[in-house]
Design a protein around this ligand. Structure first.
Ligand code: V47
Length: 361
C-alpha cells in the first residue's frame, strides 16, 4: 500500500519500523508531537499486522471489585474511599462467590479481580477468595491483584513478596493484571499518587511475578499531568523489563477519567490522544505480544478505530466495572460476546475468542 506521510519527520521511522529496528526515546517523542495522526497509526499498523495480521482477540470475562476501601488516597482515583465513608463497601467471600456465579453461571474463562488496599482484611480473606473461586469454578483462570495490592498483601501477611505470590498461586491465582503503574516518572507520581508504590517497586513486583513463572500485564494511565517524555520513559522502562523477563502478555493504556477525583479540573482524554497512545505504545513496545484497547475506558467506537492504530485485543465482556465508572465513565459495563464479535467484524478485523494466556477459548 502506498502511503503519503503528511509529516516528513515520520518517514525515517517507517524505515526503522519496516526493518524491525527498535525506536528510541527521541523517536517516541517525535511520534507524540507529530501532527500526522494517520501517519502514526499507519506505522503502528505495520507492526500490528506483522504480528497478528487481521486477528483481534477478546475474552469472555467478569471483573470483580471486592472492596473500594483503600488506605491510599491517589489524586486520580474516584473509586477508593476510607472505611467510614458512606460509599464504602467490602464484599464478603460469599458475595464474591455469588457475583462470580451471577453472570452466565460462572461459565466465563477469566475472573479479573482488583480492589482497594483494605486496612483490616486479613491475608486469609484473599487466600480463601482464590481457593473458594477455584473450588466452585475450577476451569476459570483467576487474574487478580495489581502489583500495588500484592506489595500490600505481602506487608499484611508479614511474608516476602515471593512467598506471598507462591501462597496466592497455590490457592488459585493464575496471573496478575497490569494496574497501578500510572506513570513511572517521579515528578508525575508526586502530583497524582504521592503515597503509592514507587515505579521501581512496581517493576520489581512484576519481575518477581515473572521469576516464579507467572504472566502479568502492564498499564499506563495517561491524559492527566504527564508529558511526552514521561510517557516515552514509561514505555521504555516496561520494554527494558520485558527484555529481561519476557513475562508481560499485554499492554493496556488507561485513559484518565477526571470526574469525582481531585484532578476534576482536567478534561477527559480526546479520541485523538486515545488512538495515538495505542499507536505509540505498539511502536515502542516491540517486545510485547499484545496491545489492548479497553473499550470501557475509550468507548467502543474509539476501540473499533484503534484496531487500525496498533491494538489487537478488545478485552472482554467485563460485566462489572466500578473504577472508571466512579470517575464518570459513560460506557456500558457489559458487552455480550456477540456484540464484541460484531464490533470487531464491523472494524474489518477477524475476531478470535481467547483465554487469559491467549490460547484459543
Ligand atoms: O490501577 C484508577 C486505573 C486501574 C482511574 O490487566 C483509572 O488486563 C482512569 O488496571 N481514570 C485498574 N483510570 C484497571 C486496570 C485494568 C483494566 C483493564 C484491564 C487490565 C488488564 C487492567 O485503573 C488502576 C488505575 O491505574 N484508574 N482511577 C481513573 N480515574
Amino acid at each position: 500500500m502506498l502511503f503519503e506521510f503528511e509529516d516528513r519527520a515520520l518517514k525515517p521511522l517507517e524505515a526503522k519500523v519496516r526493518a524491525g529496528e527498535r525506536l528510541s526515546l527521541e523517536d517516541g517523542v517525535t511520534l507524540w508531537h507529530s501532527f500526522d495522526l494517520l501517519g502514526v497509526g499507519y506505522l503502528a499498523n505495520i507492526i500490528r499486522e506483522r504480528i497478528h495480521e487481521d486477528k483481534t482477540y477478546f475474552i469472555h470475562n467478569r471483573h470483580i471489585n471486592h472492596t473500594n476501601v483503600c488506605v491510599n488516597s491517589c489524586q486520580f482515583c474516584a473509586f477508593g474511599v476510607k472505611e467510614n465513608d458512606p460509599a464504602a463497601y467490602t464484599k464478603s467471600l460469599e458475595e464474591v462467590f455469588s457475583d462470580a456465579e451471577k453472570y452466565e453461571s460462572g461459565r466465563v474463562s477469566e475472573f479479573h479481580i482488583v480492589g482497594g488496599l483494605h486496612p483490616n482484611l486479613p491475608f486469609q480473606y484473599y487466600l480463601d477468595m482464590m481457593s473458594g473461586l477455584k473450588q466452585r469454578f475450577p476451569e476459570v483462570h483467576i487474574q487478580a491483584f495489581t502489583a500495588v495490592e500484592l506489595q500490600y498483601l505481602a506487608k499484611i501477611a508479614g511474608m516476602s513478596l515471593k512467598d506471598t505470590l507462591l501462597a496466592l498461586r497455590d490457592a488459585g491465582l493464575g496471573s496478575v493484571p497490569g494496574g497501578g503503574a500510572e506513570i513511572f516518572a517521579k515528578r508525575v507520581r508526586r502530583k497524582i499518587c504521592s503515597e503509592k508504590t514507587t515505579a521501581d517497586e512496581w517493576l520489581d513486583v512484576h519481575a518477581a511475578i515473572h521469576s516464579v513463572g507467572m504472566k502479568s500485564n502492564a498499564t499506563m494511565l495517561y491524559g492527566h499531568v504527564e508529558n511526552a517524555e514521561e510517557r516515552t520513559d514509561h514505555l521504555i522502562r516496561l520494554r527494558d523489563l520485558q527484555d529481561r523477563t519476557g513475562g508481560f502478555l499485554t499492554f493496556i493504556p488507561l485513559a484518565f477519567h477526571p470526574e469525582n477525583t481531585s484532578l476534576d479540573f482536567l478534561p477527559s482524554t480526546p479520541g485523538q490522544l486515545d488512538l495515538r497512545v495505542l499507536a505509540v505504545s505498539r511502536l515502542m513496545l516491540d517486545n510485547f505480544p499484545h496491545v489492548k484497547a479497553f473499550w470501557i475506558m475509550i468507548t467502543p467506537q474509539i476501540a473499533q478505530v484503534s484496531l487500525a492504530f496498533g491494538a489487537n485485543d478488545m478485552d472482554g465482556t467485563v460485566v462489572e466495572e466500578k473504577i472508571t465508572h466512579a470517575a464518570g465513565a459513560v460506557t456500558n459495563q457489559i458487552f455480550r460476546k456477540n456484540t464484541i464479535v460484531d464490533m470487531i467484524v464491523e472494524a474489518g478485523r477477524k475476531p478470535l475468542e481467547r483465554d487469559t494466556l491467549y490460547e484459543a477459548a
